[in-house]
Design a protein around this ligand. Structure first.
Ligand code: GTP
Ligand code: MG
Length: 446
């Protein structure tokens, strides 16, 4: 019943640290033994002295972040990494996907596979891998894609979910859109599900909801780890007969990514607010669920600025509408509710055919997990993970910018010198454009 997390590159390693911290602190808070045991069994193993050690493999071509992670966690006195689970070299890949995928990944394959195997052998039962990485650099994206390929080869029956950080649109890496397109073009066929966080969205949550003035990357990672934690902590599913599900990644994938053409998953969590405000706010399930539904329909990534006018067209209305619906249409939704009175929460408004593609019944497209234990200091938390059209726009933006650079032949030689041909680029463009096209058709009646 365990998950091995693979932290790749600077971003994957920094997000991973924050994620394990969130999972650990949440599990250890208060007296809730069954929950804590289920959570820790998934993500930590215990030494004979009772220390919690993250079930994680840390990979980066640079040494700095991994070393920082080891020293921070060793000092914290809470949980720690096993130093033998880290793999680093002296120098990064210079934001070059081709260097990561074609050179560094294959060169270090054996060493990385050994570390992964050791971590897998520590699990009584392995259910899958969670790979954390950005798509914009060279290690997380390029080496990360290569490592995902190795995992697929060596553990063909295990679930693999990749958590991807998408870069700021006005990002600092000039070739970020090349790296993103190449990553998506390859990962799509290897992974069971690509769960995406956009840095721009997490940044807006920090500024507009958490009112943080000088936003640091650590603040952003806390928001991301909080949202991811709501998905990964123990929960009761419809079939789990009142006990925490023992196969979180499997349940996650089967709820959301049931079709090989549709693997892009986005997520929203509410509420998110300053800790001083939490104490004075009384959340009600009907309001939280209604907000989350409208956020889905109007594709607003935050509670702030929801368009309440938009409503989904019924399937029969869609046939008559020439333009199709301008709401965000879903293929699958997973609603996760945590906290007080959770069993009284009414979720019928998600059970509505108008939210989904016309070839799916809501019965198959909508799943719900519940947990009566409150999460990370919030009395009630609602998260929606959605396989929907929500990511078309940012993906289209990435592909268009990458294409303009490619058409101008900018920086291509930096990739071809590491073994990526122009045809490889073109294949990834075709593939990502196909993803956009498939998602665009979700809202049409066919
Ligand atoms: N949310 C978040 N984004 C990050 C973090 N670190 C880097 N990024 C983003 O990740 C992208 C750069 O990728 P990195 O992870 O730094 O690159 P890398 O995988 O280490 O690859 P190389 O250094 O090129 O070998 C940019 O879009 C950054 O904004 C982080 O800790 N959190
Ligand atoms: Mg790096």
């Amino acid at each position: 019943m365990s998950v091995v997390t693979v932290q790749l590159g600077q971003c994957g390693n920094q997000v991973g640290l924050e994620l394990f911290d969130t999972l650990y602190n949440d599990a250890q808070a208060g007296q809730r033994k069954t929950y804590a045991t289920a959570s820790c069994g998934r993500f930590f193993h215990q030494t004979e002295h009772g220390e919690h050690v993250a079930r994680a493999v840390l990979i980066d071509m640079e040494p700095k972040v991994i070393k920082q992670n080891f020293s921070k966690t060793a000092k914290s006195g809470k949980w720690k990494y096993d130093n033998a689970s880290g793999f680093n070299q002296r120098q990064g890949t210079g934001n070059n996907w081709a260097n990561g995928f074609c050179i560094q990944g294959p060169r270090h394959r054996e060493a990385v596979e050994d570390i992964l195997r050791r971590e897998v052998e520590r699990c009584d039962r392995l259910h899958g891998f969670l790979a954390l990485m950005s798509v914009a650099g060279g290690t997380g994206s390029g080496v990360g894609t290569h490592v995902t390929q190795c995992l697929r080869d060596v553990y063909p029956k295990s679930f693999i979910v990749n958590h991807l950080i998408w870069p700021y649109r006005t990002g600092e890496v000039i070739v970020q859109n090349y790296n993103s397109v190449l990553t998506l073009g390859h990962l799509y066929q290897l992974s069971d599900g690509l769960l995406v966080h956009e840095n721009d969205t997490a940044h807006r949550i920090c500024s507009q909801l958490l009112h943080i003035k000088d936003i640091s990357i650590a603040d952003i990672n806390k928001v991301i780890a909080h949202q991811l934690g709501t998905v990964l902590q123990p929960a009761l599913t419809a079939d789990s007969n009142g006990v925490y599900s023992t196969n979180p990644l499997g349940e996650f994938v089967s709820a959301l990514a049931c079709h090989p053409e549709y693997k892009l998953l986005s997520m929203s969590t509410i509420p998110q607010m300053t800790s001083s405000s939490i104490a004075f706010t009384d959340f009600r399930w009907p309001a939280l669920i209604k907000h989350l539904r409208q956020m889905l329909i109007s594709n607003s990534k935050m509670e702030e600025g929801i368009d309440w006018q938009l409503r989904p067209l019924a399937v029969s209305e869609r046939t008559r509408s020439l333009t199709g619906s301008n709401v965000n249409t879903s293929l699958a939704n997973l609603l996760i509710l945590r906290g007080k009175d959770v069993f009284s929460a009414e979720t019928g408004i998600f059970d509505d055919a108008a939210l989904y593609s016309s070839w799916l019944s809501p019965k198959d497209a909508f799943k719900i997990w519940k947990c009566p234990v409150s999460f990370n200091k919030y009395e009630k938390t609602a998260t929606l993970v959605s396989n929907s059209q929500a990511l078309i726009e940012p993906l289209d933006n990435m592909v268009r910018k990458a294409w303009s650079m490619f058409a101008a032949r900018a920086y291509i030689h930096q990739y071809t010198k590491f073994g990526i041909s122009e045809e490889d680029f073109l294949e990834s463009f075709t593939f990502t454009e196909q993803i956009i096209s498939s998602y665009s058709q979700l809202g049409c009646n066919v």
